[in-house]
Design a protein around this ligand. Structure first.
Ligand SMILES: Nc1ncnc2c1ncn2[C@@H]1O[C@H](COP(=O)(O)OP(=O)(O)O)[C@@H](O)[C@H]1O
Ligand SMILES: [Mg+2]
Length: 213
């Protein structure tokens, strides 16, 4: 079973967006998928409420209330959506549930600084220091050909974790969220540029590089 945590202390960087899209992707690939929402705001569970009945089933867990107790044993992919402001023991507990951790970062100076500090905090957690969990960054809501994009590129290169994808800012994410879908479930003519940007992320998750030894 894969345990994938999407986390960053900053709100609004795309944790729920990436978590719901990952859940939809793996479910639509035929895997038993569980989406555990640790955020009391429950954005992932609200998304799941909108999910059409004819789409691949995803089990939602109100993990902010009762953890992973009700997780189906048959789960193949567990996707964990973290709340904002996770630090200290709460963050350690979340990390202990994961073997792979994705940190979304927005291309703004404030978010990039906070993101680097958050990643530094993550890298000190015993589980990660001991290579029992792998971490990677994803740049999210990126507008290409902007000044900050160049800075973002240099910044990502210097992080002590790999950066595995750059996701653009696109209406598709908002459209998909409202309909309980992932971007991989939108029509290709709309979503192909986003599928291309997700390929390296999915490729990394499918590779050994994202798994602890
Ligand atoms: N790549 C993107 N393109 C456009 N809007 C996005 C993108 N990623 C996230 N958003 C929007 O940004 C807001 C915050 O994203 P969300 O996933 O809820 O962040 P978090 O869970 O980290 O607080 C939401 O309104 C979401 O729809
Ligand atoms: Mg969220």
């Amino acid at each position: 079973m894969r345990h994938i945590l999407v986390t960053n202390a900053k709100g609004g960087c795309g944790k729920s967006t990436i978590a719901t899209n990952l859940a939809a992707y793996y479910a639509s690939e035929g895997y038993e998928t569980t989406l555990a929402d640790y955020d009391p705001q429950a954005s992932s569970l609200s998304w799941l409420d909108e999910r059409p009945e004819d789409k691949a089933t995803i089990t939602g867990l109100a993990a902010f209330d009762d953890g992973l107790r009700h997780m189906p044993r048959s789960t193949e992919y567990l996707i964990i959506d973290a709340p904002a402001r996770s630090h200290g023991p709460e963050l350690t507990a979340l990390v202990n549930h994961a073997d792979t951790i994705i940190v979304p970062v927005l291309p703004s100076p404030i978010d990039m600084k906070a993101g680097a500090e958050f990643i530094a905090e993550l890298l000190k957690k015993g589980k990660i220091a001991n290579k029992k969990a792998k971490v990677a960054a994803v740049a999210n809501r990126v507008k290409e050909n902007t000044l900050i994009f160049e800075e973002l590129d240099a910044y990502l290169e210097h992080l002590k974790v790999p950066y595995i994808a750059i996701l653009r800012e696109a209406q598709n994410y908002i459209r998909a969220y409202q309909r309980g879908l992932g971007i991989h479930e939108l029509p290709p003519y709309l979503a192909w540029p986003d599928w291309e940007q997700w390929d390296p992320l999915i490729g990394w998750l499918d590779s050994r590089r994202s798994r602890p030894r």
